[in-house]
Design a protein around this ligand. Structure first.
Ligand code: ZN
Length: 160
């Protein structure tokens, strides 16, 4: 199977997207870091012929040899790993934006189901904002009740 670098990078990014969608992880840079390293590892080709075929890409042969390696093959495979890692970090923001909708109130990115869950009237928002809205509504109710009670007390007073 002959691959070019673009395909390898695109495949890795696609798998990153699937994984994030599956695991629904938000705001965990460490977790993304581990996931990216793991994916980069698994997307570096295994066979010498495939590795050497990718050496043909300028992004690979022009790259500094940061990861070392005793053989040319090890050096090329290290650069492929670096290229994939870089590509995944570059694409991460867009992937997250695509998967997690923004709360229309606080603009935090949250899980889609959170937005759906709070979609009572009109636009849904995050759980935090929904709590604030509920609290504000309760306060308003209490205030209205207090006013009503005061009015009643006033009427009672007058009728005495
Ligand atoms: Zn919010």
């Amino acid at each position: 199977m002959s691959q070019n670098l673009e395909t390898v990078l695109a495949d890795a990014l696609e798998e990153l997207t699937d994984r994030i969608r599956e695991e629904e992880i938000l705001y965990k840079p460490d977790h993304y870091g581990d996931m990216i390293s793991e994916l980069a590892d698994s997307h570096v080709p295994v066979y010498t012929s495939e590795i050497m075929a990718l050496a043909n890409a300028p992004a690979i042969y022009n790259m500094e040899n940061e990861l070392g390696g005793d053989t040319l093959e090890a050096q090329i495979s290290g650069r492929i790993y670096t290229a994939i890692t870089q590509h995944l970090y570059d694409g991460l923001k867009e992937v997250i934006d695509e998967i997690f909708p923004e709360c229309p109130i606080c603009f935090d990115q949250v899980l889609e189901e959170e937005i759906d869950r709070n979609d009572g009237e009109g636009e849904g928002c995050c759980d935090g904002c929904q709590d604030d809205l509920d609290e504000a509504e309760e306060e308003e109710l209490t205030e209205a009740e207090e006013e009503e009670a005061e009015e009643l007390a006033e009427i009672e007073k007058e009728s005495l």
